[in-house]
Ligand binder design. Structure first.
Ligand code: ATP
Length: 622
């Protein structure tokens, strides 16, 4: 006895999946596509493929595709390869069977030649039709008779051979019997509009006839970007008009996107307004002249959010719904190559059209900064152009690095606002890296300009730059400084005295990342339960503390330092600390708010008390 046939076991029962045809037709026709409009594309596609197939066996054969919608009845007639009765049975009647995946053509070459490949496209017509009738005659054999295939949306069909005169010439006509309720999709005006949208770049002349009986062209080749124009300026005008009609904006600039090796041709229109990097603009993608989508977001790299592109590609593949490009290695390679093309355009502008580059960057520097993060060469190329906010105003890094061998940067805009005027007055070069991408780019600067030192601004570096107060004067103020230090020590803040510009700033609150971290830790320790408090306490490091730098040049500071009343001095120091903290826009800890409250009320108390005293000097003596 073999192991397969053990006693008591029955052999496995091999079955095939059962298919409910009605469900499948419903699924494919109603749920695969986002809108019924795609049925026009599927009809055009089959007609074009049939003409291509016939052309491959008989280059002299007529080329004709005629779409029509008369009284809501849509039909399309082609002079393509046609089908024999057997082919009708195997191809049209088998869902998922396609002639475009083999036969005379290998899979890859078939993909190159044809638009279709899945064997489901015709079913899309059931979304607007309750019945599809195909009358076809094969061009492969001269004695092939015309055949009719009549299919209903319940999944049933009939095939019958017709007399010769029913269709004297080779080719195919598809007739749709409209489904009640779908009239809006089969009305002449709508069909014509859809045909032009999908098919204007298809490789054969296609016509449309509506209720008025007029036959008009659907195709309008070559594409605007491939047409001959008398001058480059005329071409720009034509393309700008195309962009305005298509996307509703006049482009700031236009980038040609030809990739002959990959069979990709098109243009990228530069948006005239800044746009968020998170905003994904859809691109308009055609495959072999057939419109796939207006919302393709995988065609260009993410950083190219400042353009909307229109391309026609030969080498890419569609997804089954044919509403997007299939995201495979070929698309990845095309995406990279198109990205390189946009980058090259920037390099060309930098070399030969500085005005255009400046105009572009004034709107889209963010996009270029995003791109430069991953592309040191481009970063270097754009160095003289990209604007940064510095302690000397808006400047590019090339200029700023030439003036400062050491560049400091702040991580937040608030920190920069507070420090920049003081740093500028003392010759310190500070860049505001609080904006998107700037900190990352500054981190890369030393890589391309090794002589420039870039570091985050810390409290020590700023204090070191400010003029020290002569020792004798500082000694004379020792008592005042002692009071100030004692008041602020519980808040994790040191006090220093310096002379700095501008004179109007009485005190400067400085900290850096480590100091901030230490303050957060201490604040967390205060509110934590005892176990956590012990753990956080043990973490207390020797990290630099925040510091309040008092400005010896400031008259108010001099007056406070000379106050005879130590309590009032303490209140004044707390007020200075609170004001400097508010100026730095740091979040206030609960202890800081309490301090601010106390200092404010203390000053009020003192002010009202002295006012009352001078109004009524006897009162105090009583
Ligand atoms: N106008 C036509 N002329 C000749 N053959 C046709 C025509 N329309 C459809 N066929 C045949 O019917 C088959 C199935 O068509 P269908 O549109 O369902 O799928 P497809 O075009 O092969 O692939 P896809 O689903 O990607 O469109 C085609 O492969 C083709 O052989």
């Amino acid at each position: 006895m073999t192991s397969d046939a053990r006693a008591g076991e029955t052999p496995p029962d091999v079955s095939s999946f059962q298919v409910d045809l009605r469900g499948l037709v419903d699924l494919l026709s109603h749920h695969l596509y986002s809108s019924p409009r795609v049925y026009v594309r599927e009809l055009l596609q089959n007609a074009v493929d049939a003409v291509t197939a016939r052309h491959a066996v008989d280059p002299a054969a007529p080329v004709r595709v005629r779409l029509s919608s008369e009284a809501g009845r849509v039909s399309i007639e082609d002079s393509g390869i046609g089908l024999t009765a057997d082919e009708v049975r195997t191809l049209l009647a088998t869902i998922g069977r396609s002639s475009k995946r083999g036969g005379d053509f290998g899979l890859e070459s078939a993909r190159r030649e044809f638009l279709g490949q899945f064997g489901i496209g015709l079913l899309a017509c059931f979304v607007v039709a309750r019945e599809i009738r195909v009358v076809t005659r094969s061009a492969r054999t001269s004695d092939a008779a015309p055949v009719e295939w009549l299919a209903s949306d319940d999944g049933s069909y009939t095939v019958r051979v017709l007399p010769d005169e029913a269709r004297p010439e080779a080719g195919t006509t598809v007739y749709l019997e409209p489904r009640p309720g779908a009239e809006e999709w089969t009305a002449a005006a709508r069909v014509e509009e859809l045909a032009r949208d999908f098919g204007s770049l298809l490789p054969y002349d296609i016509t449309f006839r509506g209720d008025d009986g007029d036959e008009r062209p659907v195709t309008d080749r070559p594409a605007v970007w491939e047409r001959d124009h008398p001058t480059p300026a005329a071409r720009r005008v034509a393309l700008s008009g195309h962009c305005a009609r298509l996307f509703g904006f006049t482009p700031l600039d236009i980038i040609d996107l030809d990739l002959p090796v990959a069979g990709v041709r098109g243009v990228a229109y530069v948006l005239p307004e800044p746009t968020s990097p998170a905003h994904r603009t859809g691109h308009r993608a055609y495959l072999k002249g057939m419109l796939l989508t207006d919302h393709e977001d995988k065609l260009l790299p993410e950083w190219a959010f400042f353009v909307r592109a229109v391309v026609d590609a030969d080498s890419l593949r569609p997804t089954a719904s044919r509403e997007h490009l299939y995201d495979d290695e070929t698309l990845a390679a095309v995406r990279d190559a198109l990205g390189a093309r946009i980058r090259q355009w920037l390099a060309e502008l930098a070399a030969g059209a500085p005005d255009r580059l400046a105009a572009f960057l004034s709107v889209h520097h963010l996009g270029v900064k995003s791109l430069a993060r991953h592309d040191p060469e481009l970063f270097e190329l754009m160095l003289p152009w990209l604007p940064f906010e510095t302690s000397e105003g808006q400047q590019n890094l090339e200029e700023f690095a030439a003036a400062h061998s050491e560049i400091h940067f702040t991580r937040t805009v608030e920190e920069f606002r507070q420090i920049a005027p003081i740093a500028a007055a003392h010759g310190l070069g500070v860049v505001n890296a609080g904006y998107t991408y700037d900190a990352e780019l500054l981190g890369l600067l030393s890589g391309i300009r090794p002589s420039v030192k870039v570091s985050e601004l810390d409290a020590g570096a700023v204090t070191d730059r400010l003029d020290p107060v002569p020792t004798t004067e500082e000694l004379a103020l020792a008592a005042f400084l002692g009071t100030a230090r004692a008041r602020l020590d519980p808040h994790g803040c040191d006090v220093a005295l310096r002379a700095f510009q501008p004179v109007t700033v009485p005190a400067l609150f400085l900290d850096d990342r480590q100091a901030r971290h230490e303050r957060d830790r201490a604040s967390a320790q205060e509110t934590a339960d005892s176990l956590w408090s012990d753990i956080l306490g043990s973490l207390r490091g020797s990290a630099p503390r925040a510091r309040l730098v008092l400005n010896h040049n400031n008259p108010l500071i001099r007056r406070i330092a000379a106050l005879p009343d130590a309590e009032l001095t303490g209140t004044a120091v707390e007020s200075l600390y609170g004001q400097a903290l508010l100026m730095s826009q740091r979040p206030l800890r609960p202890a800081d708010s309490t301090l601010l409250n106390r200092a404010f009320l203390g000053l009020l108390e003192w002010a009202t008390h002295s006012a009352a005293q001078s109004a009524n000097p006897q009162e105090d003596q009583q």
